[in-house]
Write a protein that binds this ligand. Structure first.
Ligand code: KIV
Length: 275
């Protein structure tokens, strides 16, 4: 491949994302498969292989059952399907919290086996030192504060965060510690507008909001939610399509055609060669 062609295909990097602080908002979506990554690539700065894959694709009740192997398989698919957007892969529950060394071994494996550009970790109080360890060893990290889905068993449910003063202060401190540890961007999930703005002002790196208002440096949604693939979506999701309805109509039409022997028709079958 010529260097010119390499330039044309250059992926968005961690410094490119970091440089967008306060600029044109970052456009981010989740992706789990190659064909979806191909559809999203031209429109997005960043594709996140989120551990939401466990709930969205594998039907798990929460993200706690997601494994490193699942993240690697989906990460490889998204890398194959995309060319330009930065691909970030979530480290799943239990793969990075225990110690900096465990976090490094697992993050390095994810990067080596997928070719992705960065990992994301949910930033509980014990995780900042692990982020520092990863970044100092060449692994770009995105943090994640506010509603942390991997803490669902501690919280008891997926609940918006930062409604009381103590929790607000703690989340701002966690965001600061995440940025100070070297994260190049921070996902802010499920917090009130005022808190999202406060975090965005408190840190030097871009904030990427989900259910966190327009007071962030960018936005991310679960793609399947915004495409309308589920019968229920959280309040903060805007549905840009009704793929659930479209798929239902298409499959019903196929079933009718099969039962009435209208499918396959002459254009959809092979004929033997004459002679
Ligand atoms: O797992 C995921 O999809 C995420 C986004 C909701 C930010 O972490």
């Amino acid at each position: 491949m010529s260097s010119h062609r390499q330039d044309a295909l250059r992926r968005v990097t961690a410094p490119d994302i970091a440089a967008r602080k306060g600029g044109v908002p970052l456009v981010c979506l989740t992706a789990y498969t190659a064909p979806m990554a191909e559809l999203l690539d031209a429109h997005c700065d960043l594709l996140l292989v989120g551990d939401s894959v466990g709930m969205v694709v594998h039907g798990l009740p929460n993200t706690l059952g997601v494994t490193l192997e699942m993240m690697i398989l989906h990460g490889q698919a998204v890398m194959r399907g995309s060319r330009r957007a930065m691909v970030v892969i979530d480290l799943p529950f239990g793969s990075y919290e225990g110690s900096p060394e465990i976090a490094y071994a697992n993050a390095a494996r994810v990067m080596k086996e997928t070719g992705c550009s960065a990992v994301k970790v949910e930033t509980g109080p014990a995780v900042a030192q692990n982020i520092d360890y990863l970044v100092k060893r060449g692994i770009p990290v995105v943090g994640h504060v506010g509603l942390r889905p991997q803490a669902v068993m501690v919280d008891g449910a997926f609940k918006a965060k930062g409604r009381g003063e103590d929790e607000r202060r703690r989340i701002v401190e966690e965001a600061r510690a995440t940025a100070d540890a070297g994260a190049f961007a921070i996902v802010v999930e499920g917090v009130a507008e005022g808190l999202a703005r406060e975090i965005t002002l408190a840190v030097q790196v871009p904030t990427i909001g989900i259910g966190a208002s327009v007071g962030c440096d960018g936005q991310i949604l679960v793609t399947d939610d915004m495409l309308g693939l589920f019968d229920w979506t959280p309040k903060f999701v805007r549905r840009y399509a009704d793929l659930r309805g479209e798929i239902g109509r298409a499959v019903a039409a196929y079933a009718d055609d099969v039962r009435a022997r209208r499918f396959p028709g002459p254009a959809e079958i092979y004929f033997a060669k004459a002679g």
